[in-house]
Design a protein around this ligand. Structure first.
Ligand code: CUK
Ligand code: CUA
Length: 648
């Protein structure tokens, strides 16, 4: 239950009245009255109300989950709202040792699924998580995340909070406009950022205009399998502008995707070669281009086979996209960044980083003009351009440096204003600012409860600030990020809580109602391999424990149960390949084990019912103890064994 402001203030009044006469001592210590504590800690009434709105007593669950990107930490962060307690880190693109993520055969393969020659990526730059949607509402089934640096998409299943798949393509060499899903999650969209020759080839940078390109990828999501179907996915070639954020149309604009761009100047730097730096070269034009793509048309064109395959990706060429009238541009004010479709789908809000306005485009006017081919020009690649004034609903004078916009349930939009460092609340009906609230510093994205669906909840908003200057006890030059929870449930915005987030810059997040998620408590049936999504062929039942020498090495079929591994002695020869197949045959929810072996970099987590396969070479003779890493019982320390590697 959520306490309303009025109730909280009244309650506080009662407490203050009841305790008032005991609050005179002033020297804190053992004066535990509310007023005594307020005096002692220097808290205002506002502070106490904020505390009452966020404090969540032991055993009480949060009303919402927030899923935040871990930025260049490469993992996903799960936070309870309004308590702002961190609930979990989910390993996606980087190893997460406590989950054994990146240490067993399945997750090692997952993390290595895109290879750059010999190099396996060990990090990622995650920006925009996207929850799966049904009819434009979050359905709580999956969350998709991107890697800006090594263009990839991760698929996390919210039934067990495990990353199931990572897909990537060498069609593009970097990305940013990802992930955004179509209203029924038919496609997960990933758009390139820094142009390069499609497919990963070399071309001199002087041939930028001719040889360098962008692309938008439509990853087909197979909901039944819970995996992206790479063979059914396709891409559209785009001019070598720096495509930025994208968003999918919804309701009246379902079938469209909108993506903005910067650097229509096609500058590419050259600071030591007599050219202006990229930042000034790319900021010459007054307008850049909002890309409007009819994805249903594009899907039909791809299905009709009007594509060429580049780096394994079926790609609709720019020429075909223009000929099929599925791509058009609308000018957008200088250096746009955020691009957010309104809940009713009639508008797109674009924030210009160097502008003082947000521009609200009219999706229906755009679609009608494209259908009627009412173009006013074309870009150097022949992409048709619509008239700016005929494509907008209007502009809202918002302040300097608007970035991203989210929505509530009462017709208001909330825009992060970077340079002014505020959240601006404004009315979508008359495009007027109604209120601003100061944020701490360098606000980037902001996220509201279900705030980019067709039916936002209002209630809470989180301002995601970069760098927590002066805000927390100092911890050296590299600062945590600062999430600020804001109450947007009442008539005015109130800051409730500052939360340091000691991880990579969490660009964006999603907030979903907690009761939409129904995670499992154990893996059933026993022997489940979470990435495979079914009982592993090597799963071990009680009574089947054994050690077998096969052509490819020694196979150990092991079970884990409170408080022993069986077998607990493994005998191999120096140089043998060892294949451990370990099944937790537990089904109790409080019985997670781990399996760790020193000297071999072996470490997995064995939640109840889970199966893991681990392969490694016994590279030197010696004695290698193994043990359980979770304090699972009174005899946990005894849950151990030996691998004996005999010299050859
Ligand atoms: S971006 Cu980081 S603040 Cu990657 Cu969405 Cu705008
Ligand atoms: Cu099993 Cu400790």
């Amino acid at each position: 239950m959520r306490i309303q402001v009025g109730t909280a203030a009244a309650l506080l009044g009662l407490l203050v009245a009841a305790c008032g006469n005991r609050s005179e001592s002033g020297n804190g210590g053992d004066d535990a009255s509310v007023v005594g504590l307020m005096n002692e800690r220097g808290l205002s009434e506002q502070d106490v109300i904020a505390a009452l709105k966020t404090y969540t007593p032991t055993g009480k669950h949060d009303e919402y989950y927030c899923f935040a990107s871990g930025g260049h930490g490469g993992n996903l962060i799960v936070i309870g709202v309004p308590s702002m307690r961190i609930l979990k880190y989910v390993g996606v693109f980087t190893t997460e040792p406590w989950q054994g993520f990146g240490y067993d055969d399945a997750t090692i393969e997952l993390l290595g699924s895109v290879k750059d020659g010999e190099n396996r990526f060990t990090w990622a730059d995650m920006h925009h998580p996207a929850l799966s949607e049904t009819n434009g509402s979050y359905d709580g089934k999956y969350i998709f995340v991107n890697d800006k640096a090594n263009p990839r998409i991760g698929v996390v299943d919210l039934s067990d909070f495990v990353t199931k798949q990572i897909v990537g393509t060498e069609l593009i060499q970097s990305e940013h406009g990802a992930c955004f899903v179509t209203p029924n999650t038919d496609y997960v969209i990933e758009t390139s950022q820094y142009p390069a020759p499609l497919g990963g080839a070399y071309a001199p940078i002087e041939e930028y205009n001719d040889k360098y390109r962008g692309a938008m990828i439509f990853w087909r999501f197979d909901r039944e399998r819970g995996r992206i179907d790479t063979a059914a996915s396709f891409a559209i070639e785009l001019p070598p502008y720096m495509q930025d954020l994208a968003d999918c149309g919804k309701k009246v604009s379902d079938g469209w995707v909108f993506c903005n761009s910067i650097n229509t100047e096609r500058a590419y730097g050259g600071t030591l070669e007599g050219k202006p730096p990229l930042e000034s070269g790319s900021s010459q034009n007054d307008m850049d281009y909002l890309h409007c793509i009819n994805w249903r048309k594009a899907e039909a064109v791809a299905k009709a086979g009007k594509t060429e395959t580049i780096a394994g990706m079926r790609t609709i060429s720019l020429k075909t996209a223009i000929a099929e009238n599925l791509l058009a541009f609308v000018p957008e004010p200088k250096s746009p960044h955020g691009n957010d479709v309104t809940p009713d789908g009639t508008g797109i809000v674009v924030g210009g980083k160097l502008d003082t306005h947000t521009t609200v485009y009219d999706t229906q006017k755009i679609a009608a003009q494209i259908e009627a081919k009412q173009f006013v020009g074309e870009d150097p690649y022949g992409v048709p351009i619509l008239d700016f004034q005929k494509s907008i609903k209007g502009q809202c004078k918002i302040g300097l440096g608007p970035l991203h916009t989210v929505f509530d349930d009462k017709g208001f939009a909330y825009t992060s204003v970077f340079i002014e460092t505020v959240v601006a609340k404004w009315s979508l009906a008359d495009l007027k600012v109604v209120e601003k609230i100061d944020t701490h510093y360098n606000i980037g994205h902001l996220v509201a409860a279900e705030g980019d669906t067709v039916d936002p909840d209002g209630k809470y908003l989180i301002a995601m600030n970069k760098w927590s200057l002066d805000r927390f006890a100092p911890v050296g030059p590299l600062l945590p990020q600062n999430f600020q929870l804001v109450d947007i449930g009442g008539s005015s915005m109130n800051l409730l809580y500052d939360m340091p987030l000691p991880l990579g810059e969490p660009h964006n997040a999603q907030i979903i109602k907690a009761d939409k998620l129904k995670p499992i408590e154990t893996f059933k049936p026993s022997g489940m391999e979470p990435i495979l999504g079914k009982v592993d062929p090597h799963a071990v039942a009680d009574g089947q424990q054994r050690i077998e020498r096969q052509a490819d090495g020694v196979h150990v079929y092991m079970t884990a149960i409170r408080s022993h591994f069986k077998p607990d002695i493994i005998r191999v020869k120096e140089g043998d390949m060892v294949h451990l197949h370990i099944t937790s045959v537990e089904q109790a929810t409080d019985a997670t084990h781990g399996f760790a072996m020193g000297g071999q970099d072996v470490n997995v987590s064995l939640e109840p019912g889970k199966h893991c396969n681990i392969s490694f070479k016994a590279h030197r003779a010696g004695v290698f103890p193994f043990y359980c890493t979770e304090f699972c019982s009174a005899l946990h320390l005894e849950m151990a064994g030996y691998m004996l590697v005999e010299p050859r």
